[in-house]
Design a protein. Sequence first.
Length: 282
Amino acid sequence: MLLADLRAKYHQRICGYIVRIQAGNPSYPNFADKTNKASREIAWHILGQMGYSQTNAHHLPGQTTGGRFEEITKEYLEDSFERLKHIRPGNWQYKTGSSISEFDQYEHLARLKTLSETNSDIANIIGSEYIITPDIVIARTPLDDKEINLEETFIEGTSLASLTPLRAVNAGRFTLHASISCKWTLRSDRSQNARSEALNLIRQRKGKSPHIVVVVAEPLPTRIASLALGTGDIDCVYHFALHELQRAVVELGNEDQLDLLQILIEGRRLRDISDLPFDLAV
């Protein structure tokens, strides 16, 4: 299946199960800001390019929107990233709702949590937000020695390479390959939350840092910029329909939004969801 087909399927599922039209004068899609005319117009233009039809949509209750966005994005990444195994070999696991303490780089946090539950001094020092549960995780399964020795006998016994988590005989814990946050809409508090999670992932790790990315559906480039601008925490922000967003801003003639959007793209801070599987293969 072509990447374009997978992306189209992703958009169809989002339109069918997540997008709702909010009542009002005028009405607006639920990933737009009802108080902002540009947000409403851009959102409608994006949906028009996707072929959205209100008659074919299921219109889930609002409180399920975030979780459904995570699930559909996870399934899209599994469909696409698995097709790049010849580029990035590995046995990959795709999950939602998994604590980082389940993975090799952060297993020490589980021990800290146990200590903090019985010692108030430790709890006060380390706080309560150091164990993160990312919206989506991609993890690599450790390899048994038969897999490592597939083409030639490279390692025997356990005296050498006895600490690396890639060997199943050493640890048995999965390695966190990517932490993916999903934001259906963006407000300033949600931007800061994503940054805080990213910094915790970087600071608390023991070993390799995972990919740390955010997938957004926010239609306003100014709000995307609140998360995407700057470096040091999040690898990159990915829009669920960046090409449609670009066309929408151009067609509406919103030069301020277009200028900022180009800054984000040319500055390598914003990419399309179709770029993400390839970036995860690095």
